[in-house]
Design a protein around this ligand. Structure first.
Ligand SMILES: [Zn+2]
Length: 315
């Protein structure tokens, strides 16, 4: 069976793996991204680690998932905020030049969406929206078995739809984006601001510094009955439900797949999101739209990149 190498490049870690065309991971390696070393030095390490996994006769392609902005057609990375110095670098050509097989590039959230679509929760559908809920909120939209790339690979940014016009400032510069309201970073920031304004919470006795407060701690405190935590957590899930209702109304996918660390905290996240979607997405048959957990777990980055390599220009 043909083999594919998947390379998942993030601002804190890089994961590389070799899988067969059914997405069975045979071997993989993970290492931290030392962004201070710059592009050339990190590229060399990626090439060295990839060489160890590369089987000359069986590996047919290499897929790469990387934080954007990027140009997937030209194979270039365009100054992502989490990879300083990667300014218009020809990543695809640099890797193709060494291994001499087809190399394909996709933004990491779109790659993860493809991974879940081909190897995970979305295996049996043709129309799927994937959302990852962790420090940020990313995603990808697949319609009729194809990713929506949009102009300059900017499509599918589900986390940057406006939910509250005058809401908190988002990293993208807009106000009230879903990411600013319902991501791990957003939830913790909203919680800290409420504490600073004089609200009380059991969480202050759990941590030494407010900076230690995370979405997980807030979810735990909400479960323990802390009223401020419950208020902040519930409103984050409420806004998430609204965001998903908007997407469902526009796209009407067969399935919405939710991944990322936040989906593991509140047990009732899926129940509450489904309830809100049922209330708000009035013109779509919501009972026929599945809202389900992602299946690939920590391998979603590598297997997403593998899907990119496997599908090549057909994605
Ligand atoms: Zn935003």
């Amino acid at each position: 069976m043909d083999k594919i190498i998947g390379i998942d490049i993030g601002g804190t870690k890089i994961a590389i793996g070799r899988a067969d065309s059914r997405g069975n991971l045979e071997d993989s390696v993970r290492f931290p991204t030392d962004v201070s070393r710059g592009y050339r030095s990190i590229l060399e390490e990626i090439i060295e680690k990839t060489s160890k996994l590369f089987e000359r006769d069986s590996v047919k392609a290499i897929g790469i998932g990387c934080g954007g902005p990027l140009d997937s057609k030209k194979g270039r990375i365009l100054s992502p905020p989490n990879l300083p110095g990667w300014d218009d670098v020809p990543l695809v050509d640099d890797i193709k030049g060494v291994f001499n097989v087809p190399v394909y590039l996709e933004n990491d959230a779109n790659a993860a969406a493809l991974g879940e679509f081909y190897f995970g929760a979305g295996k049996d559908v043709s129309n799927m929206v994937y959302m990852t809920l962790s420090t940020g909120i990313g995603g990808g939209i697949i319609l009729n078995n194809k990713l929506i790339h949009g102009v300059r690979d900017s499509g599918g940014e589900v986390g940057h739809q406006t939910i509250l016009p005058d809401g908190p400032l988002c990293n993208c510069g807009n106000r009230g984006c879903l990411e600013a309201l319902s991501s791990g970073t957003g939830i913790a920031k909203i919680f800290r601001e409420k504490l600073a304004s004089g609200r009380e919470s059991i969480v202050t006795s759990w941590v030494k510094e407010p900076e230690e407060i995370s979405a997980k701690i807030i979810a735990d405190a909400a479960k323990a009955g802390d009223s401020l935590s419950k208020e902040v957590w519930d409103s984050a899930i409420y806004y998430l439900g609204i965001g998903i209702s908007n997407i469902v109304t526009i796209v009407s996918p067969e399935m919405v797949v939710l991944g990322g660390s936040l989906t593991k905290y509140g047990e009732s996240l899926f129940v509450n999101v489904r309830k809100i979607v049922k209330e708000r997405a009035r013109l779509v048959p919501v009972d026929e739209i599945k809202i389900v957990p992602a299946q690939l777990g920590d391998n979603v980055g590598i297997l997403g990149a593998v899907a990119v390599g496997l599908l090549g220009d057909e994605r």
